[in-house]
Design a protein around this ligand. Sequence first.
Ligand code: 5GP
Length: 189
Amino acid sequence: MYSGKGLLVVVSGPSGSGKDTVVHSLISKHPEIRISVSFTTRGMRPHEKEGVDYYFLTMEEFNRLLANGDILEYTEYSGNYYGTPRSEVDKRLEAGETVVLVIETNGAQNIKKLFPDAMTVFLMPPSIDILKERLYNRHTETQAQVANRLRIAEKELALAPRYDYCVVNDQVEKCADEIFELINKVKQR
Ligand code: 5GP
């Protein structure tokens, strides 16, 4: 049930499912929807920007924020840590805004426990072959890292039925529109 305050939307999907592209398309069309920028200890990829894609931290900085209670949920993924900043999310929800978290499946489960009203969406790649192709072609990870991401992807895909909604990303714009419609549907409840 949607309680009328801000709406928390969780978008998960395996690495290579295109979730970042879809969510960026969603917020570029609907700037009133806010995206939460996570903390990570992963190294910055060439096209990424500090404070836009992530807040890039050392392990020490991450641990300090964690100890201070500044991280709402976090997980270890493929050797790096990722966490959702607490204050930003709390502030936006309090202001009645819609906040999107693009996080993996452990984080999604933890958020659902903390925020039972959160709406969860799982983004499916059109096929495993397309997922593999996207991961290998983007050249941002080593072969070993891609193989590890594919192993994680298999486990994540098995969790799709636990989400409120599943959307197939065969076309970015269409997929973003579908998520927007789902958000409106949940808000009208
Ligand atoms: P990537 O290294 O590809 O940017 O992210 C790896 C995975 O971590 C993706 O599934 C991404 O959605 C997830 N992720 C990013 N930020 C967070 C976060 O704050 N919390 C959790 N639990 N997962 C995150």
